[in-house]
Write a protein that binds this ligand. Structure first.
Ligand code: SAM
Length: 277
């Protein structure tokens, strides 16, 4: 199948997160045919291209030069050249450089075409068995411990599944803080996805912390945490009369007890009052 590359267009091209077989034919054709490739580390991308026998010119685009390089890349695109943006692994712009370049292009009317490919958190989530209907992706937690604590605390009542990226040298501290602050929940630990030592397990956080104490963490991790459980309201199972009676035993008069019961249940006072006529 032929892949046509359009002039003046930025292609967002995912690359493998481990297994080279995950490079798609469309990604290879695009990298071959664009005028140049903006990449995070020219050595890493250079190696990938040579493995696939692709020759193209590389422009470095990373966290520390993105402002200046972004403007240069934009100029070239506006002059009719086509480009791909890639990162060291996975989908650009997902906890990786690329987001700013995409935004810059869109702000200047330069078309952006995303390709489909490897992304660590999607891969991990698909095998986690945890609720994937509603989830939030946090990516990397802040390195600063205070900021990290604040972010973790903000998930205390989060019912959706929460996804984190973590580096091996921080995984132990992060796992301990998650356990301390959010309590013992199920966690899917996905390590070295698509690589020889791939490991995916779903265990209680406490067990994961125990494991980390006994073996030095190795490789890259995605942690997927079960959301907070729905806490049952205290009045579940009580009839309306029992619910109102509960408040009266606490010292409220009947009208105020009806009001409190209605508030708990999110209904009007009249709705409750009807039960006492
Ligand atoms: N853009 C990438 C993506 O699409 O997933 C993410 C890049 S981010 C800089 C790198 C982090 O992604 C790692 O620290 C790790 O948390 C996660 N990651 C990347 N490759 C992985 C793999 N093979 N197995 C598990 N986690 C991985």
């Amino acid at each position: 199948m032929a892949f046509e590359v359009q002039k003046g267009t930025l292609y967002v091209v995912p690359t493998p997160i481990g297994n080279l077989a995950d490079m798609t034919p469309r990604a290879l054709e695009t990298l071959k045919n664009v005028d140049f490739i903006a990449c995070e580390d020219t050595r890493v991308t250079g190696k990938l291209l040579s493995l696939f026998d692709i020759k193209n010119s590389l422009v470095s685009y990373h966290e520390h030069n993105k402002k200046k390089q972004g403007e240069e890349i934009l100029k070239r695109l506006q002059n009719g050249e086509s480009a791909s943006v890639v990162t060291d692994a996975g989908t650009p712009a997902i906890s990786d450089p690329g987001e700013d370049l995409v935004r810059l292009c869109l702000e200047h009317g330069v078309p952006v075409v995303p390709l489909v490919g490897a992304c660590a958190f999607v891969t991990a989530l698909s095998a986690s068995g945890l609720d994937s209907r509603r989830f939030c992706f946090e990516g990397f937690l802040p390195a600063d411990k205070g900021e990290k604590l604040d972010v973790i605390k903000s998930y205390k009542n989060e019912k959706r599944t929460v996804i984190f990226y973590e580096a091996p040298h921080r995984i132990e501290e992060t796992a301990k803080l998650l356990l301390e602050i959010l309590g013992d929940r199920k966690v899917c630990v996905a390590r070295e996805l698509t690589k020889l030592n791939e490991e995916i397990c779903v265990i209680p956080l406490s067990e994961f912390c125990g494991k980390l104490q006994n073996t030095a963490p190795k490789g890259e991790y995605v942690l997927i945490l079960e959301g907070a459980k729905d806490e049952k309201p205290f009045f579940e199972g009580l009839s309306i009369e029992q619910h109102v009676g509960f408040y009266m035993k606490q010292g409220l008069d009947k009208m105020n007890a009806i009001k409190a019961c209605a508030k708990d249940r999110g209904v009007s006072k009249n709705e409750i009052y009807k039960h006492f006529i």
